[in-house]
Design a protein around this ligand. Structure first.
Ligand code: 3HC
Length: 311
């Protein structure tokens, strides 16, 4: 698969203003998704603050971003390594790392949350930052499965609350789902659609429904593949080969599940099953639950349905 070149050309802008109204972005959570979001915003010229709970988490995020930026620079500036170096340094200089949550949102245009998929934790976060962030700041969640309306319900800025759902690996995947609730204002929605385009993504929109578009289709597909393997109909390896060669998918469902992380997929399924117990597509998966119990979360932990070499 080739990288979307236009993203990086647009991303490597000398301008510090990618969108008329969103210049400073605060990303809360520096995991796979949060660090990717911080990276693409910085590549496109935004000033970014990435917030994590402690220094060790920040160090992991910094490394992830720098490794990914190097891959981008190597590809885009293959013939011009000096320009690649400038791109790296300029992008890095736009990212500020912090453990000070409330201090980081005092001056910002957009706060984007990419923390653990637990409603109570998200509520605690938004309740803390709502009184401190500027009145004009938009709040967004990168949740893959929870209700945006419910997450935003604890804030006093429901007109400035929306979903911005990115895909892993964020620097490569071109899609951004922009989710509006019934209370999201037209102005907020327009600003977010513009910002998405300005950072090089193709934006689509969808109602505030479980999984939005992509996960509502992708998660049941991964789950059916796992059930097929659990029944003994075919091996994980053969199912992966089948979906890559028979359906043209870039990864098979087990490779993808390992890539996304079983903690994430398991919590999506569990959450949906609790809300919609009659939908058999959402039934949690025994083998995945067992992997989570054993800490075998996929690529990021070195083992999931497959084993991976530690980098
Ligand atoms: N940062 C920067 N560049 C990256 C990167 C990263 N993190 N990961 C991959 N790349 C680049 C590589 O450098 C490579 O560049 P090149 O063309 O110059 O060599 C290019 O992307 C392709 O990577 P690889 O050669 O390593 O491997 P593949 O060709 O197999 O592509 C893939 C990897 C892009 C991940 C591809 O397999 C793919 O598209 N897989 C499907 C991913 C997917 O479905 N994601 C969505 C998951 S669902 C989700 O995220 C929602 C959430 O809510 C759960």
């Amino acid at each position: 698969m080739s990288l979307p070149f236009s993203v990086f050309v647009r991303g490597f802008s000398k301008s510090t203003s990618v969108s008329a109204s969103i210049n400073h972005v605060t990303v809360i959570g520096g995991g796979l998704m949060g660090s990717g979001i911080a990276q693409v915003a910085a590549q496109a010229g935004n000033k970014v603050t990435l917030v994590e709970v402690n220094d060790s988490a920040l160090q992991n995020a910094t490394k992830r971003i720098e490794d990914s930026l190097k891959r981008v620079a190597k590809k885009v500036y293959k013939e011009k390594p000096a320009d690649g170096e400038t791109f790296l340094n300029e992008t890095k200089s736009r990212i500020n790392y912090s453990t000070d949550l409330t201090g980081s949102v005092k001056q910002t245009d957009l706060v984007l949350e990419a923390i653990v998929e637990k409603m109570a934790v998200k509520h605690e976060l938004f309740s803390k930052i709502d009184p401190v962030a500027p009145q004009s700041a938009i709040f967004a969640s990168n949740t893959s499965s929870l209700s945006i309306t419910e997450i935003g319900s604890v804030t006093k800025r429901k007109d400035k609350f929306a979903g911005l759902h990115f895909f892993n690996p964020v620097p490569v995947m071109k899609l951004l789902e922009v989710i509006r609730t019934v209370e999201t204002s037209d102005e907020t929605f327009t600003k977010l659609m513009e910002w998405g385009k300005a950072i090089g993504k193709v934006t689509i929109t969808c109602k505030d429904t479980p999984g939005f578009v992509v996960n509502r289709l992708l998660v049941p597909l991964m789950a059916e593949a796992v059930r097929m393997m659990e029944r003994g109909d075919a091996s994980a390896k053969d199912i992966d080969i089948a979906m890559k060669l028979g359906a043209g998918h870039p990864m098979g469902p087990f490779e993808l599940a390992d890539y996304v992380g079983h903690d994430t997929t398991n919590s999506i399924l569990t959450g949906w099953y609790e809300k919609f117990p009659d939908n058999p597509l959402f039934e949690p998966l025994k083998s995945m639950q067992e992997l989570v119990k054993q800490g075998k979360l996929g690529v990021k932990s070195g083992e999931g349905y497959y084993k991976y070499e530690k980098k």
